[in-house]
Design a protein around this ligand. Structure first.
Ligand SMILES: Nc1ncnc2c1ncn2[C@@H]1O[C@H](COP(=O)(O)OP(=O)(O)OP(=O)(O)O)[C@@H](O)[C@H]1O
Length: 268
């Protein structure tokens, strides 16, 4: 079967003081090839833990991840990761960052050169390819991170708050770029965000997680990502159902946060 399958995943962290945190409990989910899923939820509901397990950085206490039918046992180029920031090689040029994966795989310039230049063009950095990373703005650095991830030909792209450190305007532009890359490359994408608007705009599927233990609370299938491929995201936000869903999900997360605060007050 092609695509990503998350089967009965649980993760418990045993702490040095003898207690334990149940970060995830019985999470199951199938993602077909080319689907874009955004993941939202209050702090501590296990979003990053879920992504790290899918990436193969963490082994779950129970359950299994299957990628195109085979079980995942560790990191692999088929699952690429884009972090919030800080994962680029600062001292290398933009182009050397993007070509890093192919070079490490033993490929020659003649094999990857054209594709790397094409990726730089897609993310709008063709005029900056010889610049060093530290010379770029935050938004440009995230474009390098996206191009570098794509250069490894992943089947799935995992994004942990990839736009979280950007200013509002750059973030909006990058949201459009993520949609464009998704449509042009047909990649399967999981994107974690703390922004309800971003989750609505980018997720053709939107997963709301709940904490303690981390679990799937609700899933939506939404039209906004498809709408956003062809038009300004500000227009998409004017869609009557957009505001309805935003209020519904904000309320849902607000209630969860209130419950968490209530529980911690009871415990203290
Ligand atoms: N290595 C670890 N050891 C112990 N506990 C951990 C570890 N990693 C995560 N946790 C705990 O697991 C739970 C889920 O954490 P996780 O970072 O996955 O949540 P999150 O939803 O991504 O949170 P945030 O939105 O704040 O980034 C939290 O209670 C966290 O403290």
């Amino acid at each position: 079967m092609s695509g990503l399958s998350i089967e009965n995943l649980s993760m418990r962290f045993d702490l040095p003081n003898g207690s334990a945190v149940q970060a995830l409990k019985d999470v199951s989910l199938d993602l077909a090839e080319g689907e874009l899923m955004s993941v939202l939820g209050p702090s501590g509901c296990g979003k990053t833990t879920l992504l790290n397990i899918v990436a193969g950085f963490l082994a779950p206490t129970e359950g299994v991840i299957r990628m195109n039918g085979h079980a995942v046992h560790g990191p692999d180029a088929e699952r690429g990761m884009v972090f919030q920031k800080g994962a680029l090689f600062e001292w290398m040029s933009v182009r050397d960052n993007v070509s890093f994966g192919p070079r490490m795989a033993g490929k020659r310039e003649a094999d990857y050169g054209e594709e790397v230049d094409h990726l730089l063009e897609i993310v709008g950095l063709q005029d900056f390819k010889e610049k060093a990373i530290y010379e770029l703005s935050g938004g440009m650095q995230q474009r390098v991170a996206l191009a570098r991830c794509l250069a490894n030909h992943p089947d799935v792209i995992l994004m942990d708050e990839p736009l979280g450190a950007l200013d509002a305007l750059t973030r909006e532009k990058m949201q459009s770029l993520v949609l464009k890359l998704w449509k042009e490359t047909g990649k399967t994408i999981i994107l974690i965000t703390h922004s309800v608007e971003e989750a609505l705009l980018l997720g053709e599927r939107l997963l709301v997680m709940a904490p303690r233990p981390g679990r799937i609370h609700r899933e939506y299938r939404l039209p906004f990502a498809d709408l956003g491929v062809g038009q300004d995201l500000r227009e998409v936000k004017k869609h009557p159902d957009f505001a309805v869903k935003r209020e519904e999900i904000l309320g849902m997360i607000w209630d969860m946060e209130e419950e968490i605060m209530g529980r911690s007050e009871e415990a203290s």
